[in-house]
Design a binder for this molecule. Sequence first.
Ligand SMILES: [Zn+2]
Length: 415
Amino acid sequence: METLITYYTQVLCITFIVVNHLFELYLYRRQLTTLHEHRSEVPSEFHNFLTLADHQKAISYATAKLGLGQFKLVWNAILLFYWFPFRGAEKLYLALPGTGTHREVFFLVAFMLIQGLLNLPWSIYSTFVMEQRFGFNRSTPKLFIIDRLKGLLLGLLLGVPLLYGILLIYQGLGKWWWFVSFLFVTAFQFALVWLYPTVIAPLFNKFKPLEGEELKSGIENLVTNAGFNAKEVFVMDASKRSSHGNAYFTGFGKNKRVVFFDTLLNGLKTPEILAILAHELGHMKLKHIPKSLITSLILSFLGFGLMGVLASTNWFYSGHFIRVISPGVLFLLFTQAVPIYTFWFEPIGTWISRKREFEADAYAAGETKAEDLISGLLKLYKENASPVVTDKIYSGFYHSHPPALERIKRLESLK
Ligand SMILES: [Zn+2]
């Protein structure tokens, strides 16, 4: 019986790896076709905002990125095949020295380091070849190396104590380990979201208050209405790495912030900046961060519950080609193998995220003018060379923001 379940799980695992990646390649093809079909003409809705040259640059850039993305997908499938069906993960576990908790932590850290190294060429290529070619890269090899080292150090400093914590709970608490681990990880996650704006983000960038005489009075109004403080609106020196522009909101409680990339501010007029600020404040006012924390809380509860159930079943391990029952292997399976099954739920996440984007847009349209947000957004599309056309299914899997046309139409109706 046990061997039969193992066998079926193995078949399922291989099937999912193959089908997922073929499906993703199919989505990439669909997107490429859509881009190609719209290449010769700017869609009529965007005639006033985009020149044909801007539009074609965006299409060329997106096409190049998708081309690279296809290679990355194949590479990712090869790695998954290596780790699981070809038993790379099992070999790694058995090759490591030591015993007990140290060995489990060592295994997970070793896996992450190897995986990180195997994916490093892609990010080097993407930064210094792809982004460079389209004029977006501002990073230098020195900054790139420093960034990686900082990221690695930070990952180890946060990740190793976290792993030790979970593993000690696993060993010490018997059958309720999963629930206590869930509480522990949740507390850790809240602390991270809390500390991110003031402790972690400043390790990589400099932040200063958003200023300017003309902006000042407009900001005061908007932030007061949103229950914010003008001191919580920042500009970040994103231009040291890339010329892509963006804005985001982060943190909660006293540690909340709206952050503008300095690269975003250059091309925008004051009313457009204010409209984008209103959009970000809308996310805050509508409690989108606490809401997504609750969603991830529920998902992590289910995940840990499932881990509790599967922890001591033989078939779950051998079904994923690892003939070792250990907590380190269990975490590896949950972080690396289980996502191949949950991939198909991705559109639900995208759908929720888009709903929130529409809500923040509606908020901004109430606080400022819808037409300022439209022109601000379209300048962002133009500056970032993001195409305004997209395939619906592709975008349903990969885009957390609504397609340009849907978003603009919705804003037009709010004028
Ligand atoms: Zn948004």
